[in-house]
Ligand binder design. Structure first.
Ligand code: FES
Length: 61
């Protein structure tokens, strides 16, 4: 996974930022949105972010 890839251009949030946020204990789209700002502007990235969260969770098991 390319962690440098920007997943939310509005807020300039990368995949790595989402991973970091999850390591800090955020587990839902809502809490990650709150913690990082990802998805809080146009919302177009929501689907991508949700997919990424699922993937990270699956990899962690
Ligand atoms: S691309 Fe994420 S809020 Fe616009």
């Amino acid at each position: 996974m390319n962690k440098e890839k920007v997943i939310c251009p509005c807020k300039n949030i990368t995949r790595g930022d989402i991973v970091k946020s999850m390591k800090k204990g955020e587990t839902s789209y809502k809490s990650i949105k709150k913690a990082t700002g990802a998805g809080s502007k146009c919302g177009k990235c929501e689907k991508e972010i949700r997919k990424l969260i699922k993937k990270i969770k699956a990899d962690a098991d």
